[in-house]
Design a protein around this ligand. Sequence first.
Ligand code: PHB
Length: 403
Amino acid sequence: MTIDIKKSTSRRSVLKGAGAVAGAAVFASAFPAPFVRAHSAPLKVGILLPYSGTYARLGTAITNAMEMNLAEQGGKLGGRPVEFVRLDSEAKPPMATENTTKLVNAEKVDFLVGPVHSGVAMGMAKIAREEGVITIVPNAGADQLTGPLCAPNIFRTSFSNWQPGYPMGQVAYERGHRNVVLCYWNYGAGQQSAQGFRDGFEPQGGKIVKDIGVPFPEVEFQAALTEIASIGPDAVYVFFAGGGAVKFVKDWAAAGLKDSIALYGAGFLTEGVTGAQGDAAEGIETTLHYADTLDTAANKAFRAAYKERFGVEADVYGVQGYDTLTLMKTGLDAVHGDTGARDELIKAMAEAEFQSPRGPFRLSPAHNPVQNFYLRKVVNGVNEVQRVAVEMLADPARGCSMG
Ligand code: PHB
């Protein structure tokens, strides 16, 4: 069952398409409480993701794939029916504390899943650390979550912001680029993505000639594009995603820069948005821990099932949502659904290893994925894999005391 929390916890609505799970939840609640064995009671998963604003399509893709994975498990994890309680984060950091508190204290969820935005993640992580609720981050890359703020109960199935930037810095240098402009949404994710690029580019002798920050979630890129054109660098590395990525890539082409300056990015630039970007996206190369065309059984099965169920192509956000449920399942299977066996549950999650649609998945001691980063290129709207740029790359996890 999926429950949507709107502004007040008393206004709930059951979403369509959750029928398979709803039956199980109703069954459990048909018995008086004392007769329900603890391990068969529904498990509550609180989801804090954006369903409105520039990151809305990211939140939707993550949620879709979580629901798909749960349905593939017959609506149960570790033998227990699962209930999703979801809340729109609106990708607004100032609302993070109140929203997370609502899920943890009012809804008393067993697991927390979210968010997409690094700023929201900082607020969410503070509460997760205080309350100890087991939290899986299915997107937000804030380096701190698996750095100075790392904790036994905090896991990530996505990436650190540093991770996709670092391989691109190396690739740009190998290509012979020496003078690069960095252009990004000026908040944690963009800044840390840019730092990853620097770390892969500067030590070899590459030069960053300018940082251009654009306030999030602004999509007015004209001033930045004019400045880039006047500087005339060898290449530009960018961090934009969702609705902002659609607009940036179109504006870049419309400004006539596509044929004169090489454009690279963290792969989010072309994830889930190539349809909206159209021709403007063709040929763009990026690095990411996923590519549409990865030729593995896990990826093919995932993409086919997603397309069949939702009528659209899957993207990296879906992969991260899908793997969030796989990680949760690994932990819950180990303890047969008994969330009271907390240490064992956390240990099983930390040691999880599986074949993700992205390739092999395992976690670092800081609980961040150690994973391949691929160089991809948009061909006919598809993010085609060119090669592995860095194999099984771990985040440096600076400041994390675990492991
Ligand atoms: C983030 O804020 O951490 C973030 C948001 C969207 C992305 C990637 C990272 O696509």
